[in-house]
Ligand binder design. Sequence first.
Ligand SMILES: Cc1cc2nc3c(=O)[nH]c(=O)nc-3n(C[C@H](O)[C@H](O)[C@H](O)COP(=O)(O)OP(=O)(O)OC[C@H]3O[C@@H](n4cnc5c(N)ncnc54)[C@H](O)[C@@H]3O)c2cc1C
Length: 375
Amino acid sequence: MKNYDLVIVGTGVVGLGAAIAAKKLKPKIKILLIDRHQQCTGASIRNFGFITITGLELGIMQKRALRSKEIWLDMCKIAKIPIHHRGLYFLAHHLETLPVLENYLEADQRSNLKLLSLSELEKQNQFLYQTKPHAALYSPDELRIEPRIAIPKITNYLSKIKGIDFLWNQDVIEDLGNALRTPKKTISYDKLFLATGNHLQGLGRDLFLKHKVQNCRLHMLKIKPDQSFKLGGGVMSDLTLMRYPGYQNLDFINAAHRMLKKNYKKEIQNGIHLIAVQCADGSLIIGDSHHYTDHEHLPFESEIIDQQILSLMEKVLGIKNYTVTERWIGHYPSGKDDYFQHFYDRDRVQAVVTTGIGMSTGFAFAEETIERLLN
Ligand SMILES: Cc1cc2nc3c(=O)[nH]c(=O)nc-3n(C[C@H](O)[C@H](O)[C@H](O)COP(=O)(O)OP(=O)(O)OC[C@H]3O[C@@H](n4cnc5c(N)ncnc54)[C@H](O)[C@@H]3O)c2cc1C
């Protein structure tokens, strides 16, 4: 007799999202979640906790972000996850960024987006006004949660309230077709959902190779500014135009790219753009950089990259006095398609977000995948 109706491997946002969706669809379903570590230690706890809508590709990606946000709001309420701030300010310190943001405003259907002039920004956010950007694209839709709190809280809710079983410290080493093997156990299942994220070895490796999925490595920092202030929303800046997909096909983007390449050669070489979000104690999480390889990254962290991120932060936010309190590295899988959903057969699927916006869109992607797997 099988052990579980559904086994999910991976307890990041995609694995947890699959469990939430499966319970909604079939409340009596018997589920097991397995992770190789003592808790999720993957991208889902290493990110900014920034649930963003703005700048994502308009269409399916933005739809997934809007649906994921609904699920996040439910989870925040049910699992008592605090929301640290809402909204996004995209600060334009270069004139060439302005027409791109104006064009974005026309393309994005949301009626609550605004392009704030400098004087409007002064009224709305005195702190961000200080560095005098030409204008700021403002969206009220974004959420900032602390992933280190949110992921364990959702895990706890699924275990205690929804009666889902969790198996920790068990590396799944083989799928036998109707059962999984770990070094200690064999667990049989009806349906299998692999949500293993960025793991270029072991399960799913052949598929990753076939789809040319790369391993993207990011530098992240936490700083404690001397001065106390409210950031009032997540912050992005001109260099984000090099990275976020929603800006890439807009009018005037080529002129903006040319200007950025001229002014930020070294930052662009390291895939740096600025994202800043605020924690409950006033600290900021800032990042990030992007380096890609087909293999595992070597373990050496260059201080130059951290210094480039910090100096960009100083310019964009005008913060000069602060202490770096944490540094860490994150990884996510990066492919030519932004999502990777592979059905081995009708009972077994591998679902991976192969771009850096899984926190914003992973819940909806997992929900869609579960609906296909269980129906
Ligand atoms: C530094 C950084 C910043 C980011 N910032 C943002 C952001 O602000 N907003 C946003 O939308 N997205 C962001 N992202 C992207 C987002 O974090 C990821 O897309 C998302 O977390 C991926 O979730 P996941 O569940 O697929 O993978 P993961 O969170 O990596 O979870 C996979 C889990 O599977 C387990 N596992 C793997 N193989 C096995 C096995 N064989 N047996 C047992 N367990 C296994 C791992 O231990 C891990 O816990 C960021 C990513 C990084 C790295």
